[in-house]
Design a protein around this ligand. Structure first.
Ligand SMILES: [Mn+2]
Length: 304
């Protein structure tokens, strides 16, 4: 892994105009880790994903397209030593500028607390925003370990913005969170157990069939996936969403011409000798970017 400054072409090792100022996608590495409660190391996530992305094939066979066709520029790492609410202000402003400039922002965490600022920026511009939340955990606690802005509370703060949250993959739910969901009409989820007896296609249907209409923000915690697939995460919860389901959800979002505003992938905790996790995150990042960039191109009339 390199410690040199991140170059504009760092994601996928792109060259020249593929990562120039007109690139449709902007990768924002946020190596932020302040409220982690179990195993530490998510601050190394963005660099590991960028490094692994050099090996990702340009062609995404699931969406039958290439992110580089629309351009992907990588920003320097966002460093913030302050509390999560301070980072939220920094990312709110930065992501807001990207959205106003017509870009598709894609953030790489870091811990999940990075999500509040970007989603706040998107929600201010799209009051009917829907957050499609992949996670093993609801992150819906009102406060956790002395803060209201840590990774365990981020979706509760997002919920307070007035947006709708639709989660899937949840399977580690506190009693407080279990009691919270039924009382809310803007927060729903498809739990892991609900998907147990279904075939892969039925699983996709169960998730997509109830997804609310509206512009989407993808807030994806890699621990939503089966930890057999991505063991390198801080709180690897057994069970979880399989690779084909998550890939097919992205394809369905594209086929249904859903409007994607921005996205993030968080909570990779790289471990020496476990590079399969880093690569899975890089591959998923590319697939998410392809979906987002195709939506952006459709919005601009450049894609039917
Ligand atoms: Mn999680």
């Amino acid at each position: 892994m390199t410690s040199s400054p991140i170059q504009p072409g760092a994601f996928l090792s792109l060259q020249d105009e593929e990562c120039g100022p007109n690139a449709g996608g902007v990768v924002v590495p946020v190596p932020y880790e302040a409220t982690t409660t179990y195993m530490e190391g998510t601050a190394l996530g963005p660099a590991a994903i960028l490094h692994a992305s050099e090996q990702v094939e340009f062609y995404d066979e699931w969406l039958e397209d290439e992110a580089r066709r629309y351009g992907v520029r990588c920003m320097p790492e966002i460093s913030c030593q302050g509390p999560p609410e301070q980072l939220a202000d920094v990312l709110d402003s930065l992501v807001g500028d990207l959205l106003d400039d017509g870009r598709f922002p894609f953030l790489l965490g870091g811990e999940h607390s990075i999500s509040l600022g970007p989603i706040r920026a998107a929600a201010r511009r799209h009051p009917d925003l829907v957050v499609l939340h992949l996670d093993a955990h609801p992150d819906m606690r009102d406060h956790y370990e002395g803060t209201k802005y840590g990774h365990g509370c981020v979706m509760r703060r997002v919920h307070e913005l007035g947006v709708r949250i639709y989660a899937f993959g949840l399977r580690a739910i506190s009693p407080e969170e279990r009691d919270f969901y039924p009382t809310q009409d803007r927060a729903t989820y498809v739990g892991a157990r609900q998907l147990l007896a279904l075939s892969p296609h039925e699983r996709v249907e169960a998730i997509m069939g109830s997804l609310p209409d509206g512009p989407l923000w993808l807030s994806w915690d890699i621990d939503g996936l089966d930890p057999a697939l991505v063991p390198s995460t801080g709180t690897p919860e057994p069970g979880g969403v399989d690779w084909y389901t998550v890939s097919e959800i992205l394809r369905r979002l594209d086929l249904e011409k859903r409007e994607l505003i921005g996205a993030e992938l968080v909570e990779l905790m790289p471990q020496t000798g476990h590079h399969a996790s880093d690569f899975a995150c890089a591959r998923l990042s590319h697939r998410m970017l392809v979906a987002g960039l195709r939506s952006r191109a459709r919005r601009m009339g450049a894609l039917s």
